[in-house]
Design a binder for this molecule. Structure first.
Ligand code: SF4
Length: 178
């Protein structure tokens, strides 16, 4: 049986390590780097190149999304002071997953999912609910996961060390950097 073509939204190389390892067993995987939330642009480029290089080293196809940072800022307007994990983050997840689903549809992928649930700072049930709703709207199934489970995060830290990957010290946006 031919494996389903899955589009994996990737936030950074370290988070992609364990997720790629897990999903490639069952899917024909392509990584989609989409991070308009990442500030400044120099940091965006650094994370992008690290993710691209890592995928290349693993023989995984890689697609770069658009860096539409001003649209992202407009979307989270009024939520600059929200605590991490609050409303701004939900808008941010929605923004990134919606774009990924649209890219998946345009490029002929089904299902799609994201590396975001790997982080111990991010609630999988919130991300999965947003993904489910976007999946229902776009007609591209969202693969619900919690990649941090079964020591998934720990494994990603080890793999990142083994591959000498750059690991950032803040989530991504200028508000998380403060
Ligand atoms: S803290 Fe992270 S998830 Fe929350 S809005 Fe900023 S970049 Fe997005």
């Amino acid at each position: 049986m031919t494996a389903q073509k899955l589009m994996l939204h990737v936030c950074c190389a370290p988070c992609s390590t364990h997720v790629i390892e897990k999903l490639r067993e069952d899917y024909d995987l392509t990584c989609y780097f989409y991070g308009p939330n990442i500030h400044p642009e120099e940091e965006y480029r650094r994370r992008l190149e690290e993710a691209r290089d890592y995928c290349g080293s693993q023989g995984i196809a890689f697609v770069e999304g658009e860096y539409d940072a001003s649209e992202w800022l407009e979307a989270v307007k009024g939520h600059e002071e929200d605590a991490e994990g609050g409303e701004r983050c939900k808008i941010c997840y929605e923004f990134r997953l919606k774009n990924t689903a649209e890219a998946a549809r345009r490029l002929g992928f089904d299902p799609f999912t994201t590396t975001l649930t790997l982080s111990p700072h991010k609630k999988a049930d919130v991300i999965n609910e947003i993904g489910r709703q976007i999946g229902a709207r776009t007609g591209i199934r969202f693969l619900e996961e919690d990649f941090k489970k079964m020591d998934g995060f720990k494994r990603s830290v080890q793999m990142s060390k083994d591959h000498g990957l750059y690991r950032q010290s803040y989530c991504g946006c200028e508000f998380s950097k403060r």
